[in-house]
Design a protein around this ligand. Sequence first.
Ligand code: NI
Length: 257
Amino acid sequence: MFYDTHAHLNAEQFKDNLEEIVKEAYASGVTYINVVGFNRQTNFLAQEIAAKYDNLYPTAGLHPNDVNDFTEEDLVTLEEYVKKEVTVGIGECGLDYYWYKDNKDKQKAFFIAQIELARKYKKPLVIHVRDAFQDTYDIIETEMKKGAFTGVMHCFSGSPEMALRFLNLGLYISLGGPVTFKNAVAPKEVAKIVPLDKLLIETDCPYLAPHPHRGKQNKPSYLPLIAQSIAEIKGISVEEVAKHTTLNAKRLFLQQF
Ligand code: NI
């Protein structure tokens, strides 16, 4: 039994075949799926889709790549979603300096606002970081001193040293398709060092399809390929990876165990 902690079933790409994609996921052992929102439209759709199928859970968040479009009003709408019992996490949120470097202050402000919601509603953050690891770390470390919160570093692309620093803050590390890529060094190193009780897995579909589907449209039923790669790297069985990552995800998002 697998838990895909990060799937964008609310993306345009799944509009016409969602039913089939979800059935395929169940059939491949992917029993639980978080449908991750990232802006006004996808937060709304995450709620709609998750309500339709068993064991699908919505998150709601404001993604750093869309931050130029966001206003205070988006934070008000976001809080309405976060308040709902069905919403299992806040995000994607975070910092991304790969696409935008000229709006760092606004990115930081929206990230901190979402950390405040995580604290207020005791829900985990789904954190996206690209080319902004130090700033992200500094914000989380500073904010944690003001009051505890938790979360996951989604599709972690940083170094093993950085992973250890986030683990030391109590955060989970999630790995996706890149861990299966032949030429990917860092994600494999990270897979080696993340303890089994802090590891999550995800597809981040429709993006980042794992080997041998690299470059194609990703979907939750590919998740076992990611678990298989991690199992090989860690020298354990895929069942062990499935068991631990599912327990971890249930602990973090469903507040079970
Ligand atoms: Ni994503």
